[in-house]
Design a protein around this ligand. Structure first.
Ligand code: FES
Length: 238
């Protein structure tokens, strides 16, 4: 049987409309570009060009060869691992590792312990310490830490409010909750106040879609939240 004809992809650029990026909005979790290299000042990665774009790139490269050289990006210094586990976590970490056939499988529960122990967030040095302890690469740990929104990669306030912004919650008023948070705390998603009382984040599905809209304050889930209920909740947090 002859396979059906397949039309070639359209040329002349991507026909999909693109929303301009809001410069005040932090990138979605799990999409951080260059990791340590970008944090150290190296330029973010650029997708390879093709067709006319490739020719333009070649012309640009020739021009760049004659232009004065820019200061090179600083060399990337890998983080120095913290000694891990600290004495008070040794027994708990060993008990977790004993539950699994491989040490690396205990990574997520050990990261939870590490986050609690190290002031509510996981620094590159803690990532490196955990990686060394479990015998995996720093990048492996970083991939897990940056994928899951329950792990914080920056210092957070005493009350970390995470509002779900995925479909069910959005349809049930999550946007109102974020605006209410902005009004009450003066913080946009991704920000922490100077006194480190609040951190506000927007996150993806929290697994509570049937009782949307949902949010977490630290480790406590709140469901069917209304803006009025959220205001009361925030007023009660010291
Ligand atoms: S969509 Fe919000 S909890 Fe699932």
């Amino acid at each position: 049987m002859t396979p059906p004809a397949v039309s070639p992809p359209p040329t002349g650029g991507d026909p999909r409309p693109r929303e301009p990026r809001d410069a005040n909005q932090p990138p979605a979790r799990g999409t951080r570009g260059g990791g340590y290299a970008e944090a150290a000042g190296a330029p973010a990665g650029v997708a390879p060009a093709s067709g006319p774009a490739k020719a333009a790139t070649a012309a640009g490269a020739a021009a760049a060869a004659t232009a004065p050289r820019k200061t090179p990006a600083p060399a990337v210094v890998p983080p120095t691992p913290v000694p891990f586990p600290p004495d008070d976590l040794k027994a708990a970490c060993e008990a977790l590792i004993a539950r699994y056939p491989q040490r690396a499988a205990a990574l997520i529960p050990i990261l939870h312990l590490a986050q609690k122990r190290f002031d509510g967030w996981i620094s590159p040095e803690v990532e490196a310490g955990v990686a060394q302890y479990l015998g995996v690469s720093d990048q492996h740990v970083r991939g897990v830490v940056t994928f899951y929104t329950m792990f914080n990669t920056k210092p957070v306030g005493r009350h970390h409010v995470q509002v779900c912004r995925t479909l069910s919650c959005w349809l049930r008023g999550a946007g109102e909750l974020t605006r209410c948070l902005e009004r009450k705390t003066g913080l946009r998603p991704g920000q922490t106040d100077e006194a480190r009382r609040f951190t506000v984040s927007e996150v993806e599905c929290l697994g509570l879609c049937e009782v949307a809209p949902a949010l977490f304050v630290n480790e406590d889930a709140h469901v069917n939240v209304t803006p009025e209920g959220l205001e009361k909740l925030l007023d009660g947090l010291k």
